[in-house]
Design a protein around this ligand. Structure first.
Ligand code: PEP
Length: 244
């Protein structure tokens, strides 16, 4: 399966969302084997879900908490995401790891909680430039993927997003993507056995329609997690077409 997800991060307002969803409803044509999704700020999840109707574009949260319910001010439970019709949840995005201190230990619990509520977890991994330059890239990625040793197999997408390529306009080269995606595919098999071979591995980091047609051809690249370019519905829909 291939999957393209628009990560809006903390961008857009109601007026922008109307037009974005209307473009999806008018132009999105589902094709077998390729999923498309939007991850809006949580305050707009229900609105986006309603406006997309049954056009086939899925809705993802950008984060959620692992506890079932209770005194966790400011957090959202997986059950609440499911309750409003959410399809999945991004977990461990580099901005959550680096700005908000998300840990692998919390991610183990979040992946399990997402699965318990039938939400597709998208586990984001990626090295910083200092880690890559310091020869620590594979070690860091292995450690981030070790979350899956504790969760075991189940519904999953992995998004490889080199931190230095996110929002910088500096996309990884085809060779860099080839090398890391082959490594991630091997690790997934080592950790999850045959089930690991079925896990889609998205690339993320300054993806645009100009660079994506080449990246999507790279072995073990099965989609994209897209920030900046996916704030524009025409570009998002173009990326989906490229994956199809
Ligand atoms: C992202 O949001 O995960 C991302 C990769 O952002 P951008 O496409 O803007 O680099």
């Amino acid at each position: 399966m291939r999957i393209i997800i628009a990560n809006w991060k903390m961008n857009l307002l109601s007026k922008d969302i109307d037009g974005f969803c209307a473009a999806c409803v008018a132009e999105y044509k589902a094709k077998p084997g390729v999923e498309a999704g939007i991850a809006p700020p949580s305050i707009y999840l229900k609105d986006v879900k309603t406006k997309l109707g049954n056009c086939g574009v899925k809705v993802f949260a950008q984060n959620a908490y692992f506890e079932a319910k209770g005194a966790f001010t400011g957090e959202i439970a997986m059950a609440q995401l499911k309750d409003i019709g959410c399809d999945g949840v991004l977990l461990g995005h580099s901005e959550r790891r680096h700005i908000f201190g998300e840990t692998n230990a919390a991610l183990v619990k979040k992946v399990k909680a997402a699965r318990e509520h039938d939400l597709l977890p998208v586990l984001c991994i990626g090295e910083t430039l200092a880690e890559r330059d310091g020869g620590k890239m594979f070690e860091v990625l292995r450690e981030q993927l070790a979350v899956l040793k504790e969760t075991g197999p189940g519904a999953l997408v992995v998004a490889y997003e080199p931190v230095w390529a996110i929002g910088t306009g500096r996309v990884a080269t085809v060779e860099q993507v080839r090398e890391v995606h082959a490594f991630v595919a091997e690790e997934l098999k080592r950790l999850l056995g045959e089930a690991g071979a079925e896990v889609p591995i998205q690339y993320g980091g300054s993806v645009t329609p100009d660079n994506f047609s080449e990246l999507i051809q790279v072995p073990h690249v099965s989609g994209g997690l897209v920030g900046g370019a996916a704030l524009d519905p025409a570009k998002f829909l173009k990326l989906v077409q490229q994956a199809q």
